[in-house]
Design a protein around this ligand. Structure first.
Ligand code: NAD
Ligand code: UGA
Length: 429
């Protein structure tokens, strides 16, 4: 599907921006990408992809002639009227969303009645209204504004772009929304048209609900541990109810990533700032923080004091198939274990370089078998496929102790036990 289609600009070439750019290029648009990070743009201009996302490098390579990369907005503004904004909106110290990058982009927008700012970044509800006010104050009130939140997941981002559950387009009666809808038409996905505020709230509510589902099943898992029930069977039985559904009911060591943590907190604070105490989200956050730490108690129960004990961490990324370390549960676990005096070694097949930037002092191994060698206990934090097919016999021979904690319930307990090891999952009776 490569017939000529409306050209677009994409501002911010991170996980969302690059996938959006490559996806629309594959659908036939010329795409003009802009980023303030000069090193990143230089890499992209050389044909190198700065992040690990399955299929992305191939999609960029096969649509290279339609993808243009620059550090200034000039080409994007000259060649396209739809300017997609996908800059980061990380949390501030107060937990609110930091909109400084968004505001930088707004300030750099062309004075134009022809262009459309299409917001893909996740922003608090009310941001579109305040941006439109700022644009009007800047004498740029004719610039159209559309909210088009992104729902992709890292690790399956290309598939999520090409086959979205839905596309949400929020405009306050502006015909610019139609142009965005036309761009998504070839995907044949359900399109929901709303006002800007509702589109913004849909994004925050979706992430908050998914995080709530995870914290809920993690609490059920913790009760399973006390009562002898198996959370995998419980999740299956609960998830077979069509009103609940089977997805996002995998108990583990808590959700990580850049978005659930920041978006749940941003929604809670958005409510608080407007005078409403969102009690449920407070619990969702607290359960998740405690869940990351429960592994330490499990280790202490089996090994006693952890000072001097060798703990091998299998997996660092916040989930498999990504190099993203933002908000990863492994960060909290490694820090807690080191605080207890444990000797922590870690291995990740892809995210080690990213992890090193955040935890330069951590001891990194070069393979799964390397990391488990002489370990008193092994903790699986990220369910990378290569860990699921490990020879547990070889692991048992390399280890000093016998304890294996499966923080994602990803292993077959019988296989691990057959190798003479002690298996502990999360909520598995
Ligand atoms: P990211 O940090 O990977 O990328 C953001 C990019 O924006 C960086 O390359 C940065 O250099 C660039 N940037 C910053 N200021 C800029 C400016 N003024 N002009 C041009 N570029 C600028 O972030 P991300 O993970 O892609 O997330 C982007 C947004 O999308 C966030 O709001 C996030 O919440 C949302 N989102 C992310 C995901 C995800 O899975 N990562 C999914 C859905 C929504
Ligand atoms: C999440 C959402 O799923 C996307 O829809 C959304 O667009 C994105 O956030 C965002 O706004 O950035 P992502 O963070 O990439 O996507 O990854 P998920 O697959 O949602 O996993 C997030 C975390 O939850 C991971 O640490 C994962 O291990 C954990 N998780 C997920 C569980 O613990 N249990 C589950 O059942 C599912």
């Amino acid at each position: 599907m490569t017939q000529s289609r409306e050209p677009i600009g994409v501002i911010g070439t991170g996980y969302v921006g690059l996938v959006t750019a490559a996806g629309f290029a594959a659908l036939g648009s010329e795409v003009f990408c802009v980023d303030v990070d000069e090193a990143k743009i230089a890499q992209l201009q050389r044909g190198e992809v700065p992040i690990y996302e399955p299929g992305l490098a191939e999609l960029i390579a096969s649509n290279g002639e339609r993808l243009h990369f620059a550090t200034t907005l000039d080409d994007a503004v000259a060649h396209s009227r739809l300017l997609f904004v996908s800059v980061g909106t990380p949390p501030t110290y107060s937990g609110d969303a930091d909109l400084s990058a968004v505001h930088d982009v707004v300030d750099a927008m062309p004075r134009s009645g022809d262009h459309v700012l299409v917001m893909k970044s996740t922003v608090p509800c009310g941001t579109g209204r305040s941006i439109k006010r700022v644009l009007a104050e800047q004498g740029n009130g004719a610039l159209a504004y559309v909210s088009c939140p992104e729902f992709l997941k890292e690790g399956s981002a290309i598939e999520d772009f090409m086959r979205p559950d839905r596309v949400v387009i929020g405009d306050d009666g502006d015909p610019a929304g139609d142009a965005v809808a036309a761009l998504y038409e070839p995907l044949e996905a359900p399109v929901l048209r709303t006002d800007v505020a509702s589109a913004e709230m849909i994004k925050l509510a979706a992430n908050a609900f998914l995080a709530t589902k995870i914290s809920f099943i993690n609490e059920i898992a913790n009760v399973c541990e006390e009562t002898g029930a198996n959370v995998l069977d419980v999740a299956e039985g609960v998830g077979l109810d069509a009103r609940i559904g089977p997805k996002f009911l995998q108990a583990g060591v808590g959700y990580g990533g850049s978005c659930f943590t920041k978006d749940v907190s941003a929604l809670k604070l958005l409510a608080a700032n407007s005078g409403y105490h969102f009690q449920l989200l407070g619990a969702v956050i607290e359960v998740n923080e405690l869940q990351k730490r429960r592994v330490v108690a499990k280790l202490q129960r089996e090994l006693g004091a952890l000072a001097g004990k060798r703990i091998a961490v299998l997996g660092l990324a916040f989930k498999p198939n990504t190099d993203d370390m933002r908000g990863a549960s492994s960060l909290v676990l490694a820090a807690r274990l080191e605080a207890e005096g444990a000797l922590v070694r870690a291995y990740d097949p892809v995210a080690t370089d990213e992890a090193r930037k955040i935890m330069p002092e951590l001891d990194y191994a070069t393979s799964a078998l390397d990391v488990v060698t002489e370990a008193d206990a092994v903790v699986l934090i990220t369910e990378w496929p290569e860990f699921l097919s490990l020879s547990w016999q070889a692991v048992a021979e390399a280890m000093h102790g016998t304890l294996v904690i499966d923080g994602r319930n990803a292993l077959d307990p019988e296989v691990v036990r057959a190798a003479g090891l002690t298996y502990q999952g999360i909520g598995r009776g």
